[in-house]
Design a protein around this ligand. Structure first.
Ligand SMILES: [Fe+2]
Ligand SMILES: [Fe+2]
Length: 474
C-alpha cells in the first residue's frame, strides 16, 4: 500500500494502468491548483511549512514530516487497503459481496452522496483562507495549514471517485466542486454551515471541534458503504480527520486553560475583568459554542428523511459503527425517537428507524461532542468556580427539519418567538462579542510565543519542541 510519489499524481490505486482516468485527472489537476492559488490560504506561496504527507495507507506510520512549500504539497489519491471478502453489511443487499463498481440503479444517489461530501472539503479551505494573517502562534499556523492541505486532499479523494466511476457526469461534478464558492450568493457551497464565515481563531477551533466532527460521523457512515471504493476512500480520510478534531479539541482546551489561569490570577470570573486581561470570558465561549453546535446540528439533515431511508436500505450509507450494532441491519420493523413540539413542549414521538437515521447519527455525534466538552469542564473545575460549558439542546436554533419553526431555548424549553428574540444576545455571539474576539486576533509568529488568549500546547508536533520554527518565511 505504499504511495508512488514518482507519478505526477501520487496514488496507491495503480493509476498508471488506466490511461483514460490518468488523462482525465491530469486535466483536473491544474484546475485544482488554480483553485488553490485563487481561493486557498492567503500569502502562502513562499512559505516553508512543517507538514506531514502520507507515505503509506497502512495504519500507523503513514506520515512523513518535512518542510514543504504549500503549493508543492503532493496531493494525491490514497485508499485504505482492500479487505478481501468484504460484504455489504446492511440493507436489502446485506450479505452480498461489496461492490467494486457502481450498481447502475443507485448511480444517481451515490453520486449525490459523494458530491455533497466532496463539496464540504474545498468549502472549509475557502472559509479559513484569511486566518493565517491573525495566527496566535507558529505552532497554530502550521496546524491551520495542515488542515487546509488535507481538506484539499479530501477534495482529491472525492474527485477521484467521480472521475473513476461516474463517467461524463462525474467529470462535470468534479469540475463544479472547483466552481462553487463558500458564501457566494450566486454559486454557494451546498450545505449551510459551509457558507458561514470563519472570521477568527475562536471560530476556527470551534469549527474544527464541532464541524469537522460532523465530517467524522458522515465519513464513518460512508465508510460502511457497500460501494467498496467509497468505503476505502473514507477509511483513509478518517485518519486525517482525527487530526483536525485534535486541533479543535486541543485548541479549545488551551483557550479554556488560559481563561481559567486568568480567573485564578484575578480571583474573579467577571467578563469585563477577564477581557481587560486579554482573555476570553466563559460566557462568550458559551455563546460561540451554542452557535457552532446548533449550526452543526443542521448538517445532519431533517429528523425524518426518506432519502436517508433509501441510502440505507440500498446499502449506500450505513450507520455509525454499523457492524458493531447488534440488530438485523435492515431496520424494517424498528422505530426511533424523534422530537416534536406538542402543547408548547418538546415531546418524543416514534418514527420508523429507517427514516430517522439522520436523527440517530445526530444523537451519536452529540454523545461524542459532549465527551469533549466535559474534558474542558474538568479544567474549569480546578479553579473552583461553579461555571460549566454545556452543549445547548439539539432543538436550539435549528434551521433545518421540523424543529426549524420552533423557538427552543438552550435548555430545551419551548418559548415564545418574542422571548427567544429578547434572549438572543444571551445565547448567541453578539456584534460586541465578535468585535472583542476580533480585537484579540493579532499575529504572533515568533517561535515559542503565543497570543494572550490561548495557552501553549503541552507538546509540539512530531516530538518537536513547542518553540520549533514550524513555519519559515522565505
Ligand atoms: Fe475533510
Ligand atoms: Fe476535516
Amino acid at each position: 500500500m505504499n504511495i508512488d510519489y514518482n507519478e505526477r499524481i501520487p496514488n496507491n490505486v495503480d493509476l498508471a494502468s488506466n490511461r483514460t482516468l490518468t488523462r482525465a485527472l491530469e486535466q483536473w489537476q491544474p484546475q485544482f491548483l488554480r483553485w488553490w492559488g485563487e481561493i486557498g490560504p492567503l500569502d502562502t506561496r513562499e512559505l516553508d511549512v512543517y507538514l506531514r504527507t502520507a507515505v503509506s495507507a497502512v495504519p500507523n506510520g503513514w506520515a512523513n514530516y518535512d518542510y514543504v512549500k504549500m503549493r508543492d504539497y503532493r496531493w494525491g489519491i490514497f485508499l485504505a487497503p482492500m479487505e478481501p471478502e468484504r460484504k455489504v453489511n446492511f440493507g436489502a443487499h446485506k450479505g452480498e459481496p461489496a461492490w467494486q463498481e457502481v450498481p447502475g440503479e443507485y448511480r444517481a444517489n451515490l453520486r449525490r452522496l459523494i458530491v455533497t461530501q466532496g463539496d464540504t472539503e474545498p468549502a472549509s479551505v475557502e472559509q479559513q483562507r484569511h486566518l493565517g494573517r491573525t495566527c496566535p502562534s507558529l505552532y497554530d499556523l502550521r496546524n491551520l495549514y495542515q488542515v487546509n492541505v488535507e481538506e484539499g486532499r479530501h477534495l482529491w479523494a472525492m474527485a477521484y471517485l467521480l472521475h473513476a466511476f461516474f463517467g461524463r457526469d462525474g467529470r462535470d461534478e468534479a469540475q463544479a466542486l472547483l466552481e462553487r464558492r463558500s458564501g457566494d450568493s450566486d454559486n454557494p457551497r451546498i450545505l449551510g454551515a459551509f457558507n458561514e464565515p470563519t472570521p477568527d481563531w475562536l471560530s476556527f477551533f470551534m469549527f474544527t471541534f464541532f464541524t469537522d466532527r460532523d465530517g467524522k460521523y458522515q465519513l464513518c457512515s460512508l465508510a460502511e458503504s457497500g460501494f467498496d471504493p467509497l468505503s476505502r476512500t473514507c477509511r483513509f480520510m478518517l485518519t486525517e480527520e482525527a487530526h483536525h478534531m485534535f486541533i479543535g479539541e486541543s485548541g479549545m482546551t488551551r483557550i479554556v486553560q488560559r481563561t481559567c489561569d486568568a480567573i485564578a490570577a484575578c480571583d474573579s470570573d467577571d467578563p469585563a475583568t477577564l477581557r481587560a486581561q486579554g482573555v476570553i470570558d466563559l460566557a462568550t465561549l458559551q455563546r460561540y459554542l451554542n452557535l457552532h453546535f446548533s449550526v452543526t446540528m443542521d448538517l445532519f439533515g431533517s429528523d425524518v428523511s426518506s432519502n436517508a431511508a433509501t441510502f440505507y436500505s440500498t446499502g449506500l450509507k450505513g450507520r455509525f459503527e454499523e457492524t458493531k450494532i447488534d440488530d438485523d441491519h435492515a431496520l424494517t420493523d424498528a422505530d426511533y425517537p424523534i422530537l416534536e413540539v406538542r402543547d408548547g413542549r418538546l415531546v418524543a414521538t416514534k418514527a420508523p428507524a429507517l427514516n430517522a437515521l439522520n436523527e440517530k447519527l445526530r444523537d451519536d455525534y452529540i454523545c461524542d461532542a459532549n465527551a469533549g466538552i466535559s474534558r474542558w469542564n474538568r479544567i474549569i473545575d480546578k479553579v473552583g468556580i461553579g461555571a460549566r460549558l454545556k452543549a445547548p439542546h439539539k432543538a436550539f436554533n435549528r434551521r433545518i427539519g421540523p424543529l426549524a419553526g420552533a423557538s427552543v431555548d438552550p435548555d430545551g424549553n419551548v418559548v415564545s418567538a418574542e422571548a427567544w428574540e429578547a434572549n438572543r444576545d444571551c445565547w448567541l455571539p453578539t456584534a460586541a462579542d465578535r468585535a472583542f474576539v476580533a480585537s484579540l486576533m493579532g499575529r504572533v509568529v515568533e517561535p515559542g510565543k503565543f497570543a494572550s488568549w490561548i495557552a501553549p500546547p503541552a507538546r509540539g508536533v512530531n516530538l518537536r519542541p513547542v518553540d520549533f520554527e514550524y513555519v519559515r518565511f522565505g
